[in-house]
Design a protein around this ligand. Structure first.
Ligand code: SAM
Length: 282
């Protein structure tokens, strides 16, 4: 299946494994995967059952890995030679998935274990509060992959001077040490606020990710005109940000209510959605 050149992308409702198998090799420069986390619960509020998703696995970890592994295999196939895969997980499975991904991509294709650190309510009295997610980053062909350095935040160093051209520097014994005016290069620890329950971005997905997180990923690992894939798209954070940044998208969710939410989100941005494949289930 191809996306025609006039559209910004394609949305699909149905199981992602079946859909990915219909897509051609190498069409995506970037894939972001935000699957269920093996929480053992139905995610989402009972008052909005249409947006819930089931994250219970009677077969435990083995069943979860058997679900995710063939999907990650497909994602690897869909990546271009310049492509990268970001897999968003937490403490429950990140260590297992690292081994699975090493097996699929080769350990040399591992680029980063990104820590997305956030503050939210809820603390335990028995251990340190678990307030980060883990995002594993792999390249299809390490060395050929797209990577644009991201910058932001403030320098650790106090008392910087600014030269007549407005460039920050400090005096050292070797002369002036200049600092990049856009701030330090982003590391693998990302402090990005989690969406509050009343955030304007909120669309109803129980585990909706902030646009700022996807902005960083898409800006770093794709080019304008690249196709960005998200096959667990939920409320459509990835396609919305991709379209806003001039990328095309392939997006899918097995829950048709989420696909409708994504469609409306894209429509609000004036984004045209290409031919939608046949709907399967809800
Ligand atoms: C963690 S949420 C994604 C949230 C999304 N990143 C956002 O910002 O809204 C996971 C999504 O995966 C979807 N999902 C679960 N199994 C799926 C499957 N086999 N195929 C496609 N989507 C699936 C769920 O319906 C749910 O919306």
């Amino acid at each position: 299946m191809t996306v025609d050149s006039t559209s910004s992308g394609t949305l699909h409702c149905g199981d992602n494994l079946a859909w990915m198998r219909t897509l051609p090799d190498g069409g995506c420069d970037l894939i972001y995967a935000d699957p269920p986390f093996l929480t053992g619960r139905v995610q989402g509020r009972a008052q909005r059952p249409e947006t819930q998703f089931d994250d219970r696995w009677s077969g435990g970890l083995d069943e979860y890995l058997a679900f995710l592994t063939p999907r990650l295999e497909q994602m690897r196939r869909l990546l271009s030679d310049r492509g990268s895969l970001y897999v968003h997980l937490d403490w429950r499975t990140a260590h297992h998935m690292r081994l699975v991904l090493d097996g699929l991509f080769g350990a040399n294709a591992f680029l980063n274990e990104i820590i997305w650190s956030y503050r939210s309510g809820g603390r335990s009295g028995s251990w340190f509060a678990r307030k980060h997610d883990t995002i594993l980053l792999y390249a299809r062909q390490p060395g050929c992959h797209i990577f644009h350095q991201q910058r932001g935040g403030t320098y650790r160093t106090d008392g910087l001077r600014v030269d007549p051209k407005g460039r920050p520097y400090k005096n050292t014994t070797h002369g002036r040490l200049y600092f990049h005016p856009d701030g330090p290069a982003v590391t693998d620890v990302w402090e990005i606020p989690i969406l509050s329950t009343v955030a304007r971005e909120r669309r109803g997905s129980p585990s909706q990710k902030p646009e700022a997180l996807l902005e960083r990923i898409i800006a770093a690992s794709s080019d304008p005109g690249s196709t960005v894939g998200d096959f667990f798209c939920g409320s459509g954070t990835t396609p919305a940000v991709a379209a806003r940044l001039g990328r095309r998208f392939l997006a899918c969710d097995s829950n048709c209510a989420m696909v409708e939410i994504t469609r409306r989100r894209l429509a609000e941005l004036g984004v045209e959605v290409g031919e939608e494949s046949e709907r399967v289930g809800s």
